[in-house]
Design a protein around this ligand. Structure first.
Ligand SMILES: Cc1cc2nc3c(=O)[nH]c(=O)nc-3n(C[C@H](O)[C@H](O)[C@H](O)COP(=O)(O)O)c2cc1C
Length: 197
């Protein structure tokens, strides 16, 4: 475990303080922070210890990032025929200081494949929560910019893997407000004193 040098933040502060952001300040992200976030990711629970996560970290201005941005542009242009939307897709991939593509490895059957995907989502959320402790916004992206069929080949991902999410990471340049309905609206409790359901 490498929690060494990680900033301390209560789990509750991380959960409530974590926010997605789509604009990032120009500030660079410390690669050590990204390494701590990845170390936190792999401590996600995973049934049968399949360790089904695969991560591809693309630094800003890396050739891989530029190629991924061109694929996002191409995909959006082909899908919509709209040059402006295609440019926006390209910018979405280019702008974050760090981008991590998170893939899940399939299992030998549907049950394990489903469990693996669940574990990978937890791992990605560990990255988000650790990011909150690092003062970083970590935003999930699962839309068109992740869908070009050549993206796996570009990254060196196996054809059998599925992308769980692309994470946009940086110091937030905006602080969007988010909302949730109270948990009580989704919960039914059964107490010892209750009768049969
Ligand atoms: C599975 C999943 C997929 C998401 N995909 C996208 C996406 O494609 N584009 C996007 O802008 N946000 C995406 N998000 C981020 C949500 O829009 C965001 O979590 C939501 O607005 C709530 O904001 P908060 O994260 O700050 O609480 C995704 C989140 C999850 C969990």
């Amino acid at each position: 475990m490498t929690a060494k040098a990680a900033p301390a933040l209560s789990v509750y502060h991380a959960i409530y303080g974590r926010r997605s952001a789509w604009k990032f300040s120009g500030a660079a992200v410390d690669p050590m922070a990204v390494e701590r976030m990845l170390d936190a990711a792999v401590w996600a629970p995973n049934h049968r210890m399949t360790e089904p996560w695969r991560f591809f970290v693309l630094e800003q201005d890396s050739p891989a990032r530029h190629k991924a941005a061109e694929l996002a542009y191409e995909f959006q242009l082909e899908r919509t025929g709209d040059g402006q939307r295609a440019n926006a897709a390209r910018q979405k991939v280019l702008e974050p200081p760090v981008v991590i593509y998170v893939y899940t490895v399939p299992g030998p059957n549907d049950e394990t494949t489903k469990e693996n995907y669940a574990s990978v989502c937890i791992a990605a959320h560990n990255i988000s929560l650790a990011g909150a402790a690092e003062g970083l916004a970590v935003t999930w992206e699962t839309g068109g910019v992740t869908r070009h069929p050549s993206l796996k080949g570009l990254l060196g991902a196996d054809e059998s893997w599925e992308m769980a999410t692309m994470l946009l990471i940086g110091h937030p340049g905006e602080h969007p407000v988010s909302r949730r309905s109270p948990a009580s609206g989704f919960v039914r409790w059964f107490g010892a004193a209750d009768g049969n359901p």
